[in-house]
Design a protein around this ligand. Structure first.
Ligand code: ISE
Length: 339
């Protein structure tokens, strides 16, 4: 692809889609939002107002037919991802798909099979944590054996509250999916089994939402990972990771910035949600993707194979959530296409 401004169509004009449209329009270079695609015209129009000059379309087919874009960012809810991806892949355009790639491994597998018929990967998956400076620093530390071999990862993932649309299995498929991807990426190994334990239920959580939970999983290199998944912690958004090595411990995610001492107390600002906690990572992720599309590389970050691996881990995690016990995954070798 030549060095012209990349024209991006954003599919899905909800909160995440609008956020990406605003980001692409105001903060990312070498790109313009040329199309907004949403079945709800009012929503599409409101989001398109954030990107002057963009056109709106009711579906992906119409935008492809009009030749409205060079690349596509998919920000619809997960169940709509496969259909949009298949259409865009058939048109040979690069894709940045918000996580999850799809909500089950069977449909994710269909996608990696379709993509492997192309000359190179076209799909990047929005596992944004890989673009966060603290995650990147920890990965470099692990790779450099800064404190010897990595033994364990101890993660905390807390949300202040979740909307009523958040179903119990989303604890795994929408939330712990981040740790499945991030831990595998940090440690350079795939997830091989998953177990879920329930804590005493938070009475502030909805009746049908039994949480917090503790998710424990092993990687193929024997590193053990545990995640406190807590979506009603009330006080703010918190993501911490502690890596335990043979000769030390490395940790990130604790509050930083201004510490105020007042009225016999000290305090730090805590993040409100993923948008402020991961703001810089979202910028870095989108800029890396746009640059990759412009250079013809098409993907610079987690690819569809990573999305498929996360879907396999989620399927095992959802079974463990419902049935208890440890659920094993079929570990497959990464194809050379996705090396
Ligand atoms: C949400 O979809 C996200 O991606 C957030 O990062 C995560 O913290 C939250 O639990 C999910 O529901």
């Amino acid at each position: 692809m030549s060095k012209h401004t990349i024209r991006v169509a954003v599919v899905g004009a909800g909160r995440m889609g609008a956020d990406h449209i605003e980001r692409l329009t105001t903060r990312i270079s070498g790109v313009e939002v040329s199309a907004v695609i949403d079945t709800d015209e009012t929503r599409a129009r409101a989001a398109a107002d954030l990107a002057p000059g963009s056109q709106i379309f009711p579906n992906v087919e119409a935008a492809i037919e009009a030749g409205a874009m060079d690349a596509v960012l998919i920000a619809t809810p997960g169940p709509a991802h496969e259909a949009a991806i298949m259409l865009v892949l058939a048109a040979g355009l690069p894709i940045l798909c918000e996580k999850p790639l799809t909500e089950d491994p069977v449909s994710s597998r269909r996608i990696v099979e379709a993509e492997q018929k192309l000359d190179r990967p076209h799909i990047q998956v929005g596992f944004t944590r890989r673009f966060d400076a603290e995650y990147q620093e920890l990965r470099e530390f692990i790779d450099a054996r800064g404190a010897g071999e990595l033994l364990m990862l101890r993660c905390v993932h807390r949300n202040p509250t979740v909307p009523d649309s958040y179903r119990p299995e989303m604890l795994i498929a929408d939330s712990v999916v981040h740790e499945f991807d991030a831990a595998a990426w940090l440690a350079g190994s795939a997830v091989r089994n998953v177990e879920v334990r329930y804590a005493k239920k938070n009475s502030l959580a909805r009746e049908d939402l039994r949480e917090p939970i503790l998710v424990i999983f092993e990687l193929t290199n024997d590193v053990l990972v545990d995640v406190e998944m807590n979506v009603n912690c009330q006080f703010g958004y918190q993501v911490t990771t502690e890596a335990v090595f043979e000769q030390g411990v490395a940790r990130f995610g604790d509050p930083s910035g201004l510490q105020v001492f007042r009225d016999s107390k000290s305090s730090f600002k805590v993040h409100d949600g993923h948008s402020d906690r991961l703001d810089g990572a979202f910028d870095a992720e989108l800029q890396a993707w746009v640059n990759a599309v412009a250079s013809g590389e098409l993907v610079d970050g987690p690819n569809a194979w990573d999305g498929y691996q996360a879907a396999l881990a989620c399927e095992a995690g959802i079974r463990a959530l419902g049935e208890g016990g440890r659920v094993d995954l079929a570990v497959e070798e990464r194809p050379a296409f996705y090396a």
